[in-house]
Structure formats: structure tokens, C-alpha cells
Design a protein around this ligand. Structure first.
Ligand code: PLP
Length: 352
């Protein structure tokens, strides 16, 4: 078995594996409805919202697109700080939905400041909480508050794909109206489900849009424990099983994930590697490649030891590498990965 050190998909939680080994449920049965409602209930707890969470069959990007399309109308103005590949994607999704996008560009690795988004005249602000492409974490509550101060009617949409179950989140508590996430990151499940969390305010402002992506239609079905179309019900079972296990011990889980990511940074910095992000997300550790070392050599040194890692995206392609323990790893396995990291670099940077 490979050590998946990639920031999604990740090493699966045993509860997910157990749920996936069960016989197929038909989605229009009482048992499936009960499971679907349980997953929705647990996801509401995970997002800390009094609103609703909708499960969509697709990846995290589908959830981002559904969020944008159902909360904004073509021609509306949205502010989109761009500080990595996923915030870039948020801007592209908004453009493709016909919105007027005002981009705020930052060097990859940097994070936007609250004063940057305190600008009037916008219907929305779109932010990525944990920018997986650079390893940066933004101060979502402070940014949402600054934007809302300038645009009291404006809506804040957030990508929480690699903050859900990795860093404390609270939808309304953060001043966020809607958030997107997915099954294959902090939830330690296979890829295939996207989630859209909607605050009570966002629910009252939903605009029916599209067909498969129409969240108003999904909401009517999902309140009854069904979905408009055939859901990936097996994955719904995996998500419910993992949340049922993790949520009662969420604080300890978040502390473990933060410690593990800190350990990766400790090892990397000990090897003389320079971290990429200005503010570190607990989801992933990103380092610049040492001078003259191609990404392929680092990837190969890990692969030789059975580990899969990730490279850079966009302008960071060929300049960085990324490691993540957001999958199911316990404390001792993390020490094993730390040892593997040091050993891999002994191939790359032989002691002089
Ligand atoms: C993984 C990820 C996504 C979604 O990517 P998909 O491949 O569509 O699941 C979105 N945002 C962030 C920050 C991510 O890490």
C-alpha cells in the first residue's frame, strides 16, 4: 500500500473502508433516506451551521460552482482575492457564470489582508480558507467582517475544502454565508461527493439556476432524505461513518492534524528547506525545491520508499513540493513519515 502524502485524495479512514464494504443500498428506500439524513445532520455539525448542507455527486469544484451559480446572478459584482490555484479557480468559475469579477492578485504563498477587501460596491466576496496549492491559511472571519462592513448586503462564499475537519470552521460564526467542500480531503473518504453549506441567510437568497446544479430543487429533495438524482449513496455512508467517529473528538482530531503538519515543517526546515506560505494551513506543508534540484528527483526519492507526494500548480509548478498528512494517520505513523522524509532527502542532499 502506498503512503499517500498528497493533499487529496488521501489515505482512507477505516470507518470509510468499512462503510464501503457494505451491500448496495437503493437510494429510494427508508434505509437510504435515514442514512442520507444522518450524513446531512453530521455535516451541519461539522460546518457549524443552523442552515443546511447539501450533498452533491461530484468533486469539490462542483460544490464551488453550485455555490456561485445559485447565490449570484449574471452581471453582479464579486471581489475575488487570488493567492493560489484554487482561488484562481473561484475567479474562473465566477467569470464563467457571467459575474463581473474584480480580482485582487497576490503572489502565490501570500494571503489577503482584511483592509484589502473592505471595498464598497460588491454583491459578493469569494475566498479560499485553506489554499491547498500554496499551503496558506487566510483569516476568514476577519476578511468576512471587513467585507461585510463595506457591503452590508453582500454575500461571503468560502472554499472550505481543506479546512473542514482540519481547522476549526463555523459558517455563521465566521460571517460566511455559503461554503463548499468535498469528501476526499479532511473527511478521509474517497473522491465523489461535494458539499454546499448554506447559512439561513443564504437559504433565503437562493436563486433557482441550472438543472443538475439547481440547489433549490436539491434542498426540497434532501430535506426528505433524498436527492433529486441518483446520489453516490455508498459515499454518503462513508462520510456519515467517518463523521460519527471524528466529530465527538473533534478538538483532539484538529490538534493531531495541526501537530502532524507542524512535524512536517519541522523536518523540512531542519533540512534547510524554505516553506512557501506566509501563514500556514494545517492541511498541507509546502516547500520550495532546493537550488538545482528538479521536482522529479524529490518525487522519485519518495516514490522509492512507497510514498506519493504532490508538486506545484500554476506559477509554482516545478518550483515547490507538497506533503500532507490530512488522511488517516495516527501519531506514530506521522513519526514514520517524518523519518521517511529525512531519508528521502539523504538521497537528494547527500551530507557534505
Ligand atoms: C481539492 C480542492 C478543491 C476541489 O478540487 P476537486 O478536484 O474538484 O475535488 C477545491 N479547493 C481546494 C482548496 C482544494 O484543495
Amino acid at each position: 500500500m502506498d503512503w499517500l502524502l498528497t493533499p487529496g485524495p488521501v489515505r482512507l479512514h477505516p470507518k470509510a473502508l468499512g462503510a464501503l464494504a457494505r451491500p448496495q443500498l437503493h437510494h429510494r428506500t427508508e434505509a437510504a433516506r435515514a442514512l442520507f439524513l444522518k450524513a446531512r445532520h453530521l455535516l451541519k455539525e461539522a460546518f457549524r451551521t443552523e442552515g443546511e448542507v447539501l450533498l452533491l455527486t461530484g468533486s469539490g469544484t462542483l460544490a464551488m460552482e453550485a455555490l456561485v451559480q445559485n447565490l449570484f446572478a449574471p452581471g453582479e459584482r464579486v471581489l475575488v482575492p487570488v493567492y493560489g490555484k484554487f482561488s484562481e479557480r473561484f475567479a474562473e468559475i465566477a467569470e464563467s457564470a457571467g459575474l463581473q469579477v474584480e480580482r485582487l492578485d497576490y503572489p502565490y504563498g501570500a494571503v489577503p489582508r482584511p483592509e484589502d477587501v473592505a471595498r464598497r460596491g460588491f454583491e459578493g466576496l469569494l475566498l479560499v480558507h485553506s489554499e491547498t496549492s500554496t499551503g496558506a491559511l487566510v483569516d476568514l472571519p476577519a476578511l468576512a467582517q471587513a467585507f461585510r462592513g463595506a457591503n452590508p448586503e453582500g454575500l461571503v462564499g468560502a472554499d472550505m475544502v481543506t479546512s473542514l475537519l482540519l481547522k476549526e470552521v463555523a459558517l455563521e460564526g465566521f460571517g460566511v454565508d455559503a461554503a463548499a467542500s468535498g469528501s476526499q480531503k479532511g473527511l478521509m473518504c474517497p473522491p465523489g461527493l461535494g458539499f454546499v453549506a448554506l447559512s439561513p441567510r443564504a437559504l433565503s437568497l437562493l436563486r433557482p439556476r441550472g438543472y443538475y446544479l439547481d440547489l433549490s430543487r436539491e434542498l426540497r429533495a434532501q430535506r426528505e432524505g433524498e436527492s433529486a438524482w441518483t446520489p453516490a449513496i455508498n459515499l454518503v455512508g462513508a462520510v456519515a461513518a467517518v463523521l460519527e467517529e471524528v466529530l465527538p473528538n473533534l478538538e483532539a482530531h484538529l490538534a493531531l492534524k495541526a501537530w502532524q503538519n507542524g512535524l512536517l515543517y519541522e523536518v523540512g526546515e531542519g533540512l534547510g528547506l524554505r516553506p512557501v506560505p506566509e501563514v500556514r494551513s494545517p492541511a498541507v506543508a509546502a516547500f520550495y525545491l532546493p537550488e538545482g534540484v528538479p521536482y522529479g528527483a524529490v518525487k522519485e526519492a519518495f516514490a522509492k520508499r512507497g510514498a506519493v507526494i504532490a508538486g506545484g500548480q500554476g506559477p509554482l509548478k516545478g518550483r515547490i513540493f507538497r506533503l500532507s498528512l490530512m488522511g488517516h494517520y495516527d501519531r506514530y505513523e506521522a513519526f514514520g513519515v517524518a523519518a521517511l522524509f529525512r531519508e528521502a532527502f539523504s538521497d537528494i542532499l547527500p551530507a557534505s
